[in-house]
Design a protein around this ligand. Sequence first.
Ligand code: ADP
Ligand code: MG
Length: 514
Amino acid sequence: MSDTKKKPAVGIDLGTTYSVIAHINDVGRPETIPNAEGDLLTPSVVLFDGDEVIVGREANKARTTELENVADCPKRQIGNQVYDKVFGDRRYPPEALQGWILNKLKNDASRVAGNFKEAVITVPAYFDEVRRKATQDSGFIGGLDVLDIINEPTAAAVAYGYQAGWIDIEGRVDQPINVLVYDLGGGTFDVTVMEVGKDRFRTIATDGDMRLGGQDWDQRLIDHVSENFKNNYGVDPRTDSATLGKLLRDCKETKETLSTRSRAQIECSLGSSSLKTEVTRETFEDLTLDLLDRTDFTVRQTLKAAKMKWTDIDKVILVGGSTRMPAVREMLSSLSSQTPDSTLSPDEAVAHGAALRSAMLLHEGSSAFRPAEIKNVNSHSLGVVANEVETGTPKVVTLIPRNTPLPVVSRKTFKTHRQNQESVLLQIVEGESINPEDCAQLGRCAIWDLPGALDVGTLIEVKFAYEENGRLKVKVRIGGSTNKSFRYEIQRPNSLTEEQLASWQQYICGPDDS
Ligand code: ADP
Ligand code: MG
């Protein structure tokens, strides 16, 4: 057997709170690779300990004692120029922090899978193109060749498709089926409706709540216990950082306990005062009902966007550690009138799907897994800012509405508003509001060298081509006598240059790892 055929097929779920790495094992099944500490899940946390950088379990533990040296959830800040905390006197781009996490996963996994560089990394479906590119850069910094970036819900559907037997190994499905993926993790929530057909995974609609996850459920318990303590002793334990650190850890554990047991106790001590609070599952569910309702709302919105009813959904699949909470399962059972499928581990399904994708790409032709086609939609509307003719107020004009199947090309025509106008500034935005301030600024492109003597009302055609890989290309054509066209890749102020990427890679992986 040739070496290329035996390249390890590796997939990585680079999660907000936990990351998981998986490969296709000797018998052709996806399998999670434990890290050097023996855990399947690696906390996505980085600790700066003097000259040492520690990733994972120990870094996570240090959150309760030395939070100032800990970078947690860098994924939340991916797309920003720098992480918002300073360590020593240094600031780090989120890509570098994720690079350390990926490098640990890679090194730990190579003990089992053998040496490898290629891997598929997953991202949330709602990630815009800036954050996809930044994730790809994180992979490079961490010493990986990123084969593909695929959406987490798609990866989960791939894993279920192959392992739960909807699809046979030849890629056959009897009939296309509609799948709803409900993913509630530690810090984020998203819902995706997909169609799984022969050799094809097609996203139909996706939505999410970037600020909703298991941590919010933890916080409700912290508040409940703290209020109880305050009523007894008159002091708020949340004001003491060491006590708060301990509460964070204990309340998360208690929450997890309440998924299997119907009651649990949390002890809280501050100074010489100490109090045990008993929490039943029922109380916990009351305390967090509105959070669950928020997921219910997003699920309904997504179904609506997919133009479907519950009777159109053939399977509901559960992803993310927080879907272990019985209340989540009960809610989905009652909404969908079916038992959600949880045959695969909710923590591992995404990484397993990524490993399957990697096998499809690396071993094309020779793989047991036929390469499936993956069709995405854009998760946010894309447009430009233009001034309204009557009022002169800037507003967003959408070129590509959200949930449009990719690839797509869209054009809109605008008019110059001054005689002899010499320049056009095109501001590209992403978001659902017509107010530019409420949208994310993707970048801008300026045309300075318009041909002279353009009449007011000269037509300017803007063309957006959004590719399947989530990259956007922009073309501007000036009408009138000139018919000149300009092409732009968007300039992104926050992304790292080639030199910066190479230097971070050297710093994190060492000089021998190229
Ligand atoms: P992410 O995708 O955000 O990295 P995960 O899918 O790994 O996260 O989910 C992590 C979350 O799942 C944490 O908030 C954790 O407390 C929660 N979780 C894990 N196991 C359970 C459980 N048994 N009951 C409730 N929540 C759980
Ligand atoms: Mg996840």
